[in-house]
Design a binder for this molecule. Structure first.
Ligand code: C2E
Ligand code: MG
Ligand code: MG
Ligand code: MG
Length: 287
């Protein structure tokens, strides 16, 4: 548990603004090197069908193991990449690696996170088309995950970009739904196919009598809008049962499996199926 609490707290270990600025500068420099020297990897976390028993897809999650610091979580270095002008390069690395790896598990869809900075980039559609063409991936197997952050700045531009992506044949998911501050009206305005309900709404399931009220409402809302609904952060059997009752289409969480390196994912696919608990680790990602 102590180990868990320590992750993502790199900035908090130091005191004062100056240390924080130095830390950020350090991460930025080291990240530049990692990008140049092939120091980043991509981990994959299974996504299971609503019954929680059958694997249907995987989410690609970027990983960075620093020689001295060890694993630095994306929650720390992705924001630095965004601020330092490195996000387009990082994003393209993940796209190409994930789509190349996904060739090895043709029966699954592959979900890839896009930063709002990538969605703003005029070159994105061409990059995605090229990353699909190289390994010859069927676009209908690909889900691009965006966040409501794409609506800051220029919502019309973002909407246009998403339409162009969909025209390639890929699907769009709205990630971390419910965790932000926007109004619900953007749900109708954005061209999306899927809702990923933030773990914040999954965590209370089973803890209190009305812990599932908001979750049920979100599932119903997604359904009414014709969207597929996925619940993130499923950690307990009780949550799985309640989500199944609520009518969730898909689930993802430590109950089923943690993110794992491509080699481990391939090996698991070789064994056939994922059942709750089969691929569970206890602390960090399976490495
Ligand atoms: P996300 O896209 O919402 O990804 C889900 C996060 O929840 C992952 O954290 C995953 O390891 C974690 N998770 C999965 N199941 C459980 C569970 O049962 N319980 C809990 N507590 N957590 C669970 P991770 O890999 O640290 O990534 C954090 C965030 O960093 C991602 O959230 C995403 O916003 C961002 N990120 C990761 N990889 C990329 C990437 O390649 N590109 C971009 N733009 N962002 C990325
Ligand atoms: Mg995601
Ligand atoms: Mg999410
Ligand atoms: Mg998240």
């Amino acid at each position: 548990a102590a180990k868990k609490a320590g992750r993502g707290r790199i900035l908090a270990f130091h005191h004062g603004l100056e240390d924080e600025i130095n830390e950020r500068r350090f991460i930025e420099q080291e990240l530049r090197l990692a990008l140049a020297e092939d120091g980043l990897t991509v981990a994959y976390q299974p996504i299971v069908a609503g019954d929680g028993l059958r694997m249907v897809g995987a989410e690609a999650l970027v990983r960075w193991k620093h020689v001295v610091r060890g694993n630095i979580p994306p929650g720390v270095f992705v924001p630095v990449a965004e601020q330092a002008g490195l996000m387009i390069e990082l994003g393209e690395f993940v796209l190409r690696r994930a789509l190349a790896d996904a060739r090895d598990w043709p029966e699954l869809f592959i979900a890839i996170n896009l930063s709002p900075i990538q969605v703003r980039d005029r070159g994105l559609v061409r990059t995605v088309a090229s990353a699909l063409a190289d390994p010859g991936i069927d676009p209908s197997r690909v889900v691009l995950e965006i966040t409501e952050g794409v609506l800051i700045d220029n919502p019309e531009d973002a909407k246009q970009r998403l339409k162009e992506l969909r025209a390639l044949g890929v699907k769009i998911a709205l990630d971390d739904f419910g965790s932000g501050y926007s109004s619900l009206s953007y749900l109708r305005r954005l061209p999306i196919d899927k809702l990923k309900i933030d773990k914040e709404f999954v965590a209370p399931l089973g803890r209190s009598a009305n812990g599932g009220v908001i979750l049920q409402a979100i599932v119903a809302l997604g359904r009414a809008l014709g969207l597929s609904v996925l619940a993130e952060g499923v950690e307990t059997e009780e949550q799985r049962l309640l989500l199944r009752l609520a009518g969730c289409d898909e689930m993802q969480g430590y109950l089923f499996a943690r993110p794992m390196p491509a080699a481990a994912f391939r090996e698991m696919m070789g064994r056939g199926l994922v059942l709750p608990g089969t691929a569970l680790g206890d602390g960090d990602d399976l490495v």
